[in-house]
Structure formats: structure tokens, C-alpha cells
Design a protein. Structure first.
Length: 309
């Protein structure tokens, strides 16, 4: 009988620029871990939160990992419970899907204790219950890629269907996280409720072009289609220096550059050979605007969350 389990769930870049709320990819370089210990007492207790974000609620109902595991436990009618320790590797409010990763790691670790483990698709809805605690709205573009890995398109909300999209070989994602906090709720609140028809057409063309280019390894098409004409123009003012950071990334050879999720992390897709120069250029641009940053260069691997111990 299993008595402990630890799961890792990767950070994610939601939207990937052109797929607001429906497209996201995993970032293998960073993530959250959840350690569970089986207890005879039913229920879920959070014992500690360690790592990069300590200021999070310990009440399971108010914590993304706690609520996600609780909903899994209740659905399975388990007669045992869990003590949980959350290890945050993803900075809070960074736009890297930290709340989703904790929820995903919790359900993947919990699944390891089930006599008949659930499929990843079945786990998705429990992780969504956790993510809803933090974001106050339902979108799956962080949870799905964290759970499944790679680049993931999600269609539907109540019964989401997901599709892993192939990423051309050798693509890297450069992530630059300026040292500032941005609230996802605020970054959603400022968005206009309506979209111009011409922008809708442009955005649809870019999303369709981007996805078909991923299937056909067409890097020129990815570069042409990598432009969010709806959300990025409205959010960029929330990130000091965004325009300069993007300009620097593109000048250094990026295929595309945009805001990761609700920000403030800015990401760029590129070929492996250009990644280091792009990282340097982006962080220098943030520095010109008085912002220090953390930086990662990551592959977009189709691995997703997994039990690691
Ligand atoms: N798609 C979401 C947004 C991701 O951009 O608001 C943030 O969690």
C-alpha cells in the first residue's frame, strides 16, 4: 500500500499570444511539487507551503492544490485522507500558471493512491475546481498543458476536449519574469467585452495559421502568425517596457514574443541557436525600465505532470 507520493507539474505559458484562454504550453524548466502522506483521518490538511510563494492560504478550500485534491477525494469517497506539503517553484502572480500547476500536482499525486487510477482527462475537472479558487474564472489554458505537457488546445469548458499540437523540433521558449506582481483578476478586468470584426478575422487567421504551421514545421508561417491583435494591445501598458522588450526579442531573431498568460512574464519562441541572445536582449530591455528579472530557456516537451517519488 502506498503511503507517500510526490508529483511535479510544469509551469505554463497560457494564450501563447494568439490563443486567448484556449491555447497553452508547458515549460519544463520550472514547476511546483506536491508531497502527500496518507493518513487514517479522512480529509485534506495542508501542513506547509515552501519555496517561492509562502504567502498562500493553508485552508484547503481556499488553496488551489487543497481544493483540487479535496474534490478528487470527495468524488472517490475515500475512507483515508492526506497531509500535504506544497513546494512552489513558480513565482506568485508571474503569469506562469503557478496556481494551475499546484492544483495539477495535487491531483496527480492523489491519483497515485487510487486503486483504479483515473485518466489525465478525468483528472482535468478536479484540477479545474482548484484553479477556480485562485482565478475566479474558468479557463483551462494553464491546467491542460501542465497536466498533459507540450502545446495544448482546449475546446469547451464544461466538458473540455483537449488536443496536443506538435511543436517543431528545436523550438525553445525564452521566459523573462520581471520582478513585479500582476494580478490575473486585474489583467482580466481591464479587457474590453467587445472585439472589432476586423480584429476577430485577423486573430482567427493568426491562430489557424499558427496551429497549421506547427503541424507542418513552417517556421516562417509561425513568425507571420504570431501576433495577438486583441488582448496584448490592451494589457501591454500593465508591463513597464513591454514594447521595448518585445522589439529587442524580435531584433535578436525571435519567431514571436508576447505576454505569458496574464503577465508580467514575457515569453519568446525561437530557434535554439538564438535563445541565449534573445534572453540577454529581453532582460537588458527590462533593466532599462528599472526592472530586474529571472530568466529561463525551456524546451516545450510533451511530458506534463507526473509522479516523481
Ligand atoms: N488565459 C488567461 C488570461 C490566463 O490570459 O487571463 C491567466 O491565467
Amino acid at each position: 500500500m502506498r503511503t507517500t507520493a510526490t508529483a511535479f507539474a510544469p509551469a505554463t505559458v497560457a494564450n501563447v499570444g494568439i490563443g486567448f484562454d484556449i491555447l497553452g504550453h508547458a515549460v519544463e524548466a520550472i514547476g511546483d511539487k506536491v508531497h502527500l502522506t496518507r493518513t487514517a483521518t479522512p480529509g485534506v490538511r495542508i501542513q506547509a507551503i515552501t519555496g517561492l510563494a509562502l504567502d498562500l492560504p493553508l485552508e484547503p478550500e481556499q488553496n488551489t492544490a487543497g481544493q483540487a485534491l479535496k474534490s478528487l477525494v470527495e468524488s472517490q469517497g475515500l475512507d483515508f485522507g492526506f497531509d500535504m506539503v506544497i513546494e512552489k517553484g513558480i513565482p506568485l502572480g508571474s503569469g506562469l500558471g503557478g496556481s494551475a500547476a499546484s492544483a495539477v500536482a495535487a491531483v496527480v499525486a492523489g491519483n497515485a493512491f487510487l486503486e483504479k487510477p483515473l485518466t489525465s482527462l478525468e483528472l482535468l475537472k478536479f484540477a479545474m475546481k482548484g484553479e477556480a479558487v485562485a482565478s475566479g474564472s474558468v479557463h483551462v489554458d494553464n491546467i491542460a498543458p501542465s497536466l498533459f505537457g507540450g502545446l495544448v488546445l482546449t475546446v469547451g469548458i464544461d466538458f473540455p476536449r483537449t488536443k496536443q499540437i506538435p511543436v517543431p523540433p528545436g523550438i525553445r521558449c525564452v521566459l523573462v519574469h520581471p520582478h513585479m506582481y500582476l494580478s490575473t483578476k486585474e489583467a482580466r478586468r481591464i479587457l474590453s467585452r467587445t472585439v472589432e470584426m476586423s480584429d476577430l478575422v485577423w486573430q482567427c487567421a493568426n491562430l489557424a495559421g499558427f496551429i497549421s504551421a506547427c503541424y507542418t514545421n513552417d517556421l516562417d508561417m509561425i513568425r507571420d502568425a504570431f501576433e495577438d491583435v486583441v488582448v496584448e494591445p490592451q494589457r501591454q501598458a500593465l508591463i513597464p517596457g513591454f514594447k521595448d522588450v518585445k522589439r529587442s526579442a524580435m531584433a535578436a531573431g525571435a519567431l514571436g514574443c508576447s505576454i505569458s498568460g496574464a503577465g508580467p512574464t514575457v515569453f519568446a519562441w525561437c530557434e535554439q541557436k538564438d535563445a541565449k541572445d534573445i534572453e540577454t536582449a529581453m532582460s537588458k530591455a527590462f533593466l532599462m525600465h528599472g526592472l530586474q528579472s529571472d530568466r529561463w530557456i525551456s524546451e516545450i516537451e510533451p511530458k506534463g505532470a507526473r509522479v516523481i517519488a
